[in-house]
Design a protein around this ligand. Structure first.
Ligand code: ADP
Ligand code: MG
Length: 145
């Protein structure tokens, strides 16, 4: 697939950077003229992955979160969110709807379910004490006008 554009931003694992990541993602894909629902879905998937890196990956410590985005073949958006935090011991378990390791902190355990629902594909690469990488792809609808 041809790379039309790509970007990478790195930021500290502070809660205010969840909204920064949403704005950065929305801004990067705006030349594609996404529909309102595509825009909401991509912003939501990005912020779920970024909040997981901040809350679970770094868990109160400060580290670096990396958001990378690519536009492939004109209308496919590829998103990667990486942390070097504590990692996920059981990926299949973590993906289950309603599974959360922080039930006491208003976590719904729906982050991975939301990412899988809103994007065309999602892959998790994680190892305990090494960190986590989430890769997601979504092809935007073609504007026929
Ligand atoms: N980046 C990450 N680093 C470490 N653990 C993670 C990460 N992302 C997700 N997890 C684990 O997967 C679980 C499920 O994530 P998610 O579906 O987003 O639910 P929630 O964030 O509400 O707990 C989390 O509770 C956590 O244990
Ligand atoms: Mg989550």
């Amino acid at each position: 697939m041809e790379i039309i554009n790509e970007m990478r931003v790195m930021f500290l694992s502070k809660s205010e950077n969840e909204s920064f990541s949403r704005v950065a993602a929305a801004s990067f894909i705006s030349p594609l003229d996404p529909t309102v629902s595509e825009l909401v879905e991509i912003k939501t998937a990005v912020s779920e992955a970024v909040s997981n890196a901040i809350i679970h990956g770094y868990d109160g410590t400060i580290g670096v979160v990396t958001l990378e985005m690519r536009i492939l073949d004109t209308r496919t958006v590829e998103i990667t969110v990486t942390d070097q935090g504590k990692g996920i011991p059981d990926i299949e378990k973590a993906k289950e709807p309603l599974f959360t390791t922080k039930p006491d902190e208003e976590r719904a355990g729906m982050g991975f379910t939301v990412m899988e629902t809103f994007m065309d594909s999602m892959e998790i690469d994680s190892a305990p004490d090494k960190g986590t990488r989430i890769m997601m792809k979504k092809s935007l609808t073609t504007d026929l006008t």
